[in-house]
Write a protein that binds this ligand. Structure first.
Ligand SMILES: [Ca+2]
Ligand SMILES: [Ca+2]
Length: 170
């Protein structure tokens, strides 16, 4: 029996394998599935929001499923205090280049899932203030709206987990 014990110990010590490494969100981001989200109460234009998210290693958030929309709703509800918080929350979509062709700008992907509020997108036109950027509206059940990109609002960044997915042991 002692021999078996030594053998087991030897295999254990010399064994080489892989375990799941630690993958976490950057500090301040909230983890959901394979992604990380950050709601900011800063009030900035859509372009400024995009830049802010980039500086922190992400992009303005993309929402590509009902499940993701529902999770974001619950996340925003949990952080929503009305303190310094505006009507809308910028997301990473826009129809800036071709009117009514909505794309997730950084990813270059057209919308597949959508959750427009009733009568949105409204395609409101005004010189210098066309509604070409996407936000969601907490006071309208978090449904989506097209808004003038210059409007200063809160925003939601999204980024990937950081760290090694696999760690060599042994
Ligand atoms: Ca538009
Ligand atoms: Ca609108």
């Amino acid at each position: 029996m002692k021999g078996i014990g030594v053998l087991v110990l030897t295999v254990f010590v010399l064994g080489i394998g892989y375990v799941n490494g630690q993958q976490n969100c950057p500090n301040g981001f909230m983890k959901h599935g394979e992604a990380c989200y950050l709601f900011s109460i800063l009030r900035v234009s859509w372009i400024q929001a995009m830049k802010f998210c980039e500086i922190y290693g992400g992009d303005l958030a993309v929402i590509e499923s009902e499940e993701e929309q529902m999770w974001i709703e619950s996340y925003l509800k949990s952080t929503w205090t009305n303190y310094n918080q505006t009507d809308g929350v910028w997301l990473g979509g826009a129809d800036l280049l071709v009117e009514n062709e909505w794309v997730w700008v950084k990813q270059g992907r057209p919308f597949t899932y959508t959750r427009w509020a009733p009568r949105e997108p409204s395609h409101y036109h005004r010189v210098g203030a066309d509604e070409n950027c996407l936000d969601l509206l907490p006071h309208k059940s978090f449904m989506w709206n097209d808004e003038s990109c210059a409007w200063k609002m809160n925003f939601l960044c999204k980024t990937s987990l950081v760290g090694d997915p696999l760690v060599v042991i042994g």
